[in-house]
Design a protein around this ligand. Structure first.
Ligand SMILES: NC(=O)c1ccc[n+]([C@@H]2O[C@H](COP(=O)([O-])OP(=O)(O)OC[C@H]3O[C@@H](n4cnc5c(N)ncnc54)[C@H](O)[C@@H]3O)[C@@H](O)[C@H]2O)c1
Length: 379
């Protein structure tokens, strides 16, 4: 069956837009018709580079009745405003992470979309990559027995050494939890299901940071959000996980994953029969490793699924197919809202010294079938 492509526009033509624009062109279901940005020159430059027919002001994209789908790649502080404007203009929207800064804004976007029969999708879509889909399959097949625990940490010494304009990463709505946490939490929730309650502790280790490169080198930036956060997550299944995200720590002996050559990370699920070592959830690739009771060493599992290079936009393509065929989409707003709720609750738990019961929940997205050829999602 041939499905009609969705006329699609990108709003927010900064750093991350290049990979989306490159990958969107590979999907026949997406017909990229316009780029938009507050800064029209950026939209023009990206449109020219990626052969997108038009570069337009944001208002013109929203007013175009032919455009069905918006890919919102603006900064986190603008996600809610742009996402809601898209929905109110009658368009489905796929946002970069996080869904919104506040729970209220995230909820409003989802509510208004639902009322209009529109879809909200959200990054990250790395959980649809070959690495994490292989992990999902192994867990579902009972390869490590019943999952009991999960451990995740991401330790880096902060991005100001190499990021030319890192101020926003130290403001409310960012920090390591909101910036990097969505990768770890989405990986865990997509594989293990929703979280029931959380607790945690958070601190600001350095009240000020110094920019280490670029035109602003040497400038001081204030730190307005916790930069080291340790959380305990009780899943609805009964599994208990720990998640630590830090911009304050550089080196860890236990790190399985090397990050930017200066930090480390780990993502593991422990079961009654063995342990699964997951790949960096900010990537689409492996390695996926398992070690079961009685085995002398870890063994690497060949990946069972496609999409092992930077496939950002896979979640958008999946949503586009879902719109045409009427099925649920995988990188969806409900899961993104649950992840946002978890992150807020962890900081609240730290401030108030208690467990926070979550009111949000979500379902595990349907896994991609084993052996599904690349560029095929439904038919
Ligand atoms: N840069 C990365 O490596 C990376 C990786 C994964 C995810 N992300 C996420 O992608 C999003 C964008 O990040 P980025 O690094 O591309 O940022 P960026 O600052 O490079 O680009 C953001 C663009 O959005 C535009 N913009 C801001 N507010 C707008 C508004 N209200 N309307 C229209 N345009 C607006 C800006 O002019 C800018 O061109 C963020 O949510 C970030 O968390 C970034």
């Amino acid at each position: 069956m041939t499905l009609t492509p969705l006329k699609t526009a990108v709003i927010g033509c900064g750093n991350i837009s290049s990979i989306y624009l490159e990958n969107a062109a590979k999907w026949g279901i997406l017909d990229l018709v316009a780029c938009a940005d507050l800064d029209l020159a950026r939209a023009e430059s990206q449109a020219a580079k990626f052969n997108v027919p038009r570069a337009l002001p944001v208002a013109d994209v929203l007013a175009d009745p032919d455009i069905e789908l918006i890919i919102n790649l603006t900064i986190p502080a603008a996600h809610a405003e742009v996402g809601l404007a898209a929905v109110r203009a009658g368009k489905s929207v796929y946002n970069e992470k996080p869904l919104a800064l506040s729970r209220a804004d995230g909820q409003l976007m989802l509510r208004e979309a639902q009322a209009r029969g529109l879809r909200v999708g959200n990054a990250p879509d790395t959980f649809l990559g070959g690495g994490l889909q292989t992990c999902r399959q192994l867990i579902d097949a009972g390869e490590i027995g019943i999952p009991v625990a999960a451990n995740a940490f991401m330790f880096i010494r902060g991005p100001e050494a190499w990021h030319p304009d890192p101020g926003f990463l130290y403001q409310v709505g960012a920090g390591p939890l909101f910036d990097m946490g969505p990768y770890y939490l989405t990986a865990l929730v997509s594989i293990l299901g929703p979280i029931r309650r959380v607790t945690g502790s958070a601190r600001i280790t350095y009240p000020e940071r110094t920019i280490g490169s670029g035109p602003k080198e040497g400038q001081k930036i204030p730190v307005e959000t916790p930069t080291h956060i340790a959380a305990i997550l009780d899943f609805a299944s009964g599994l208990v996980a720990t998640l630590t995200t830090s911009f304050d720590v550089a080196v860890s002996a236990g790190a399985a994953l090397n990050l930017y050559d200066i930090g480390g990370a780990l993502l593991e699920i422990q079961g009654t029969e063995g342990t699964l070592s997951l790949p960096d959830p900010n990537t689409f690739d492996g390695p996926v490793r398992v070690r079961c009771l009685g085995e002398a060493d870890w063994h690497e599992i060949p990946l069972t699924h496609a999409y092992t290079t930077n496939s950002r936009c896979l979640g958008v393509a999946d949503m586009a197919y879902a719109i045409r065929t009427g099925r649920p989409h995988r990188a969806n707003g409900d899961m993104a809202f649950h992840v946002l709720d978890v992150m807020h609750a962890v900081l609240e738990a730290s401030e108030t010294g208690r467990h926070i019961e979550l009111t949000s929940t979500c379902q595990r997205p349907t896994p991609l079938p084993v052996g599904l050829p690349e560029r095929q999602l439904d038919i």
